[in-house]
Design a protein around this ligand. Structure first.
Ligand code: SF4
Length: 317
C-alpha cells in the first residue's frame, strides 16, 4: 500500500488506520467503517503478542475476512511471542507488570514494558512503513497518519494523543456517543455478539473474573499460564541466568499466591460473566480498568514500586 498524499502536508491525513485490539470497542469501530457509518480505513493493525486466548484469534480471523470483503485489509504486526520470549534464557527479557512479594512482606508491581515492546513499537513501525517513511527516515512535517482508537464514552479518560507528530489519534466511538453497552448491542445485532476481551492469556492485570474465564474457556491457555506463573517465581530466566536473582517473588495473580492455588470462585461464583463485560469494575474481581490498550496505557512508566533486585537488569531492562 502507498500513502495517498505523502507530499502534501496540509491536505489531511496521508493514511487512515485503525488500531485493532479485536476486543469490543475496536471491533465496533471496524464494523462501523465496513458499513460506511464512519470513513473507511486504509488498513487495520492488530498488534499480536502471540499469547492471546484462542477465542480472540478465532474472532480475529472472522473479523479479518469480514473487513477484507469490505475493502479494509487487516495486518497482524508483532514484536515476538511474549510468553516464549519471557521464558527464554537467551532472550532479552521485557518486564510484564508482575505482582511482587518482597522479603519483608510488602507487595508491589513490576514495571510494565510489554505493552510498549509488543504493541506500541510494532504499531509505530508499521504505521511509518505504510506511510512510506520507515525508520530512520524522517517523516516530513505535515505528513501524518490518522489513527482511530476504540475508546467508548464510558472510558473517555483513556483517550490520549500518541505523542508522535506523524500519528494523530481519533476516537470515533466518543464522537458517536457509543458507550460499551451500545457497542455490545451493535455487535450482537451484526452477529459479533461473542466478541471477547483482548489481552494476553497470562496478563497480570486480570482480575478473578478474567482468570476464571481463561480457566473455563481456554484450558490450554490456563495450563500455560499456571506453568508460566511457576517459571517466573524467582525472576525471568534471562535475568536469573545472569546472576540477577530477585530477592522477592513474582506472581501472575494479584493475591501473590500461585495461580493454581487461588480460589477464583469465591466470593463471586455466578455473579456475572466475565469477558462479555457490561458493568463497571468491582475491585479484585475485575481486570485493571487501565487495561492494555496500546495508546491509552502508561507503558514504559513505572507503575508502582518495583520489587528490589540484586541486579540492575531486572527492574529496568
Ligand atoms: S495484555 Fe498484559 S501482559 Fe500483555 S502486553 Fe498488555 S500489559 Fe503486557
Amino acid at each position: 500500500m502507498t500513502a495517498r498524499n505523502p507530499a502534501a502536508p496540509d491536505r489531511g491525513p496521508a493514511l487512515r488506520l485503525l488500531s485493532l485490539g479485536a476486543g469490543v470497542q475496536s471491533t465496533t469501530v471496524l464494523l462501523l467503517a465496513c458499513e460506511g457509518e464512519i470513513p473507511s480505513f486504509d488498513a487495520a493493525l492488530f498488534a499480536d503478542t502471540g499469547w492471546e486466548p484462542r477465542a480472540v484469534y478465532t474472532n480475529l480471523d472472522r473479523l479479518t475476512a469480514h473487513a477484507e470483503r469490505n475493502g479494509i485489509p487487516v495486518h497482524r504486526v508483532t514484536g515476538g511471542n511474549i510468553r516464549t520470549d519471557a521464558l527464554d534464557p537467551k532472550h532479552r527479557f521485557v518486564s510484564m507488570p508482575l505482582h511482587t512479594l518482597n522479603p519483608d512482606g510488602t507487595r508491589g508491581l513490576a514495571r510494565r514494558q510489554c505493552t510498549s515492546e509488543y504493541k506500541i513499537i510494532p504499531l509505530k513501525k508499521t504505521a511509518r512503513a505504510l506511510l512510506g517513511y520507515p525508520h530512520p527516515r524522517r517523516v516530513p512535517r505535515g505528513v501524518y497518519v490518522e489513527q482511530a482508537i476504540g475508546i467508548s464514552i464510558d472510558e473517555i479518560g483513556r483517550a490520549r494523543d500518541s505523542g508522535l507528530r506523524f500519528l494523530r489519534n481519533v476516537f470515533p466511538l466518543i464522537n458517536l456517543g457509543f458507550d460499551r453497552a451500545k457497542c455490545l448491542e451493535y455487535l450482537a445485532e451484526r452477529g459479533f455478539g461473542q466478541t471477547v476481551k483482548s489481552a494476553c492469556v497470562g496478563c497480570p492485570f486480570h482480575g478473578n473474573a478474567g482468570w476464571r474465564w481463561v480457566r473455563d474457556h481456554d484450558p490450554h491457555g490456563w495450563a500455560e499460564a499456571v506453568e508460566f506463573d511457576r517459571a517466573i517465581r524467582h525472576g525471568y530466566p534471562h535475568a536469573t541466568g545472569r546472576g540477577q536473582q530477585l530477592r522477592g517473588q513474582y506472581f501472575l495473580h494479584r493475591s501473590c499466591l500461585p495461580l493454581d492455588q487461588v480460589d477464583l470462585d469465591v466470593p463471586a461464583r455466578g455473579k456475572r460473566h466475565l469477558r462479555l463485560v457490561t458493568a463497571e469494575p468491582e475491585g479484585d474481581e475485575d481486570d485493571d480498568p487501565d487495561g492494555c490498550s496500546p495508546w491509552s496505557c502508561r507503558s514504559g512508566e513505572p507503575v508502582t514500586d518495583p520489587a528490589p533486585h540484586t541486579g540492575p537488569g531486572e527492574s529496568a531492562a
